[in-house]
Design a protein around this ligand. Structure first.
Ligand SMILES: *[C@@H]1O[C@H](CO)[C@@H](O)[C@H](O)[C@H]1NC(C)=O
Ligand SMILES: *[C@@H]1O[C@H](CO)[C@@H](O)[C@H](O)[C@H]1NC(C)=O
Length: 451
C-alpha cells in the first residue's frame, strides 16, 4: 500500500439543497463512531504507534487507515476515524449535524415534516424530501397576494390546510364527479339582465333569509356532491314551506347507490334519490364525514325513523321535484331570485383552496389544467366597481366551514364562465307533491326549450 495514494479530499460541504453548515470533511468521516484503532489490541501501547509506522493500520473501505502519529501530520490526513479518542484521548463533542430545509431544522437521522412533505435527514446534513405539491402552497400564496389588486382576490395560509398535500385536498375536500349524464337543460325565456336587480343575496332577502341553510363543513370527506345537493334542497324546501330546513347530507352520502361516498359522487344520482326516495333532516340523520351504513329503509318515513316531525306534522321524507339544469347567466339569476339557491359545478385549481376574500378568478400562477371538480351552492350575485371597471360576481356557499373564505362563502367572477361555474347549474323544485307547485313547474317546462 502506497500511503500517498490514500487521498482524502478536504472539501467544503455546500450544495444547492441548502445545508446550513459548512464543515471540513475529516478522516473517513463516513465511518465515524465505528472502531478501527480500538480493534488493533486491547492495550494502548500496541494500539497506537509513535512516529510513522505504516504497519500501524487497519483496513477500511478497501484501503487502510492509520493509528500512528504521522497520520494527521501531513496534508492528506489518513487517520482512522477513532484515532483521536483512542490514541490521543481527545473526546470531542461529537459534531451534530442538522438539516435545514426551508425554515425547518431536522436532527441528523431524524424525520421531519416540511409543510406537507416528509423529509429524512441523512448523515451530515444531506436530506431527502417527498416532492408533493402542498394544499397550502407558500409560494403560490405569496404570488397571489403580491398581485392581489389586479387579480381581485386575496390568498391565505389556512391552518386547516397547512401540512396537507394537494392531492388530499382534491380527493377529500371536493368530491363531485364530472357529469356523464346531464340532467335536462332548460332555458328561461323572456328574462333579460336589465329586469334583474344588480345585487341579490338569498341570505339577506327579507322573506328568505331565515330559511337559507348554514355553511356546512364536509370535513376530510369528498362529499360535496351530497352536501351541496342537500343544502340547495334545504333552501328551496325552506322557502317553499316557509320553515327552516336542514336536509341530511349524510342520508345521501350513506344511501345513494353507485356513488363513491367520501371519494366522490354524481350529482344526477343524488338528485334522483331526492326525487324518488327523499331524505330525513340533518338533526335526525346527522353528518359524520364518513360513508357508514345506510340507516334508512325503503319504507321509512320521518316517523318510523324517529325524526321530529315538521310543523305541519307531515311524515313523508323530504323530496324534491326532478332536477333540471341552466347554463345562461341571466337564466341562473332569474332562477335564484325566483325559486332560491341553485347548485353549480366548477373546475378547481390549486389556488382556490387558498382563497380568502374578493372575487375569485383562477390566477396565472397555477397550471392552467384543472385539477379537480367541485359542486357548490349559488345564493346570489352582485357587482363591484374597482375604479374604471365593474366586476360582476356570483355569491357562492362552499362546504368547508365558516373558517374558509368570506365566512364560508366565496365570490367568483360572473358572466365569463369562470372555472366553468355557469356551464352546468342544477336546480329542482321543492316538494313535488305540492300540486300547485307541480303545475307551476310543468307550465314552465312547457314554455321552455328542453335540450
Ligand atoms: C402557515 O401556517 C402554518 C400553520 O398554521 C405555519 O406553521 C406556517 O409557518 C405558515 N406559513 C407561512 C408561510 O406563513
Ligand atoms: C342568455 O339568455 C339571454 C336571454 O334569453 C340572452 O340574451 C343571452 O344572450 C344568453 N346568454 C348566453 C351566454 O347564451
Amino acid at each position: 500500500m502506497i500511503r500517498s495514494l490514500v487521498i482524502l479530499s478536504v472539501f467544503i460541504v455546500s450544495s444547492s439543497f441548502g445545508q446550513q453548515f459548512t464543515t471540513e470533511k475529516r478522516y473517513f468521516d463516513d465511518f465515524a463512531g465505528q472502531s478501527f484503532c480500538a480493534t488493533r489490541s486491547r492495550n494502548r501501547e500496541n494500539t497506537c504507534c509513535n512516529d510513522r509506522l505504516d504497519e500501524c493500520s487497519v483496513p477500511i473501505a478497501g484501503t487502510l487507515c492509520y493509528c500512528d502519529e504521522f497520520c494527521d501530520q501531513h496534508i492528506n490526513p489518513d487517520c482512522c476515524p477513532d484515532y483521536e479518542p483512542v490514541c490521543k484521548g481527545i473526546v470531542s463533542d461529537p459534531i451534530t449535524y442538522t438539516c435545514e430545509v426551508g425554515d425547518v431544522i431536522i436532527k441528523e437521522f431524524e424525520e421531519g415534516k416540511v409543510n406537507c412533505n416528509l423529509c429524512k435527514c441523512r448523515a451530515k446534513g444531506h436530506y431527502e424530501c417527498e416532492q408533493d405539491e402542498c394544499l397550502s402552497d407558500t409560494d403560490l400564496i405569496r404570488d397571489v397576494n403580491s398581485h392581489g389588486s389586479q387579480l381581485g382576490w386575496k390568498s391565505y395560509n389556512y391552518t386547516e390546510f397547512y401540512g396537507k398535500k394537494l392531492k388530499e385536498g382534491l380527493t377529500y375536500r371536493l368530491g363531485t364527479f364530472e357529469p356523464r349524464v346531464k340532467v335536462k337543460s332548460m332555458s328561461r325565456l323572456g328574462h333579460n339582465a336589465d329586469q334583474l336587480p344588480r345585487h341579490f343575496n338569498s341570505a339577506q332577502h327579507e322573506e328568505w333569509r331565515e330559511f337559507i341553510s348554514e355553511i356546512h363543513d364536509q370535513g376530510w370527506c369528498g362529499s360535496s356532491w351530497a352536501v351541496s345537493t342537500a343544502s340547495v334542497a334545504s333552501d328551496r324546501i325552506g322557502i317553499n314551506l316557509k320553515e327552516s330546513q336542514d336536509l341530511s347530507s349524510q342520508n345521501l352520502l350513506s344511501c345513494v347507490r353507485h356513488q363513491q361516498g367520501c371519494t366522490g359522487g354524481h350529482l344526477d344520482n343524488a338528485w334522483r334519490y331526492l326525487n324518488r326516495v327523499g331524505v330525513a333532516d340533518d338533526e335526525c340523520y346527522p353528518y359524520e364525514s364518513a360513508v357508514g351504513r345506510c340507516l334508512a329503509k325503503k319504507s321509512d318515513n320521518l316517523r318510523t325513523m324517529g325524526c321530529k316531525l315538521p310543523n305541519n306534522q307531515r311524515e313523508s321524507l323530504f323530496k324534491m321535484g326532478p332536477a333540471y339544469s341552466l347554463n345562461n347567466e341571466t337564466d341562473i339569476m332569474w332562477e335564484i331570485s325566483t325559486y332560491g339557491p341553485v347548485q353549480a359545478t366548477m373546475w378547481v385549481y390549486p389556488d382556490f383552496f387558498t382563497y380568502r376574500s374578493g372575487i375569485y378568478r383562477k390566477s396565472q400562477f397555477v397550471d392552467q389544467k384543472p385539477k379537480g371538480f367541485h359542486s357548490v351552492r349559488l345564493i346570489g350575485w352582485g357587482e363591484e366597481s374597482n375604479g374604471y371597471q365593474t366586476a360582476k360576481y356570483w355569491i357562492a356557499a362552499n362546504s368547508w366551514g365558516r373558517w374558509w373564505g368570506e365566512n364560508g362563502f366565496f365570490r367568483i367572477a360572473r358572466g365569463t364562465n369562470e372555472c366553468g361555474i355557469e356551464d352546468y347549474v342544477i336546480a329542482a323544485m321543492a316538494d313535488h307533491h305540492d300540486r300547485k307547485q307541480a303545475r307551476k313547474v310543468r307550465s314552465h317546462m312547457k314554455r321552455s326549450n328542453r335540450v
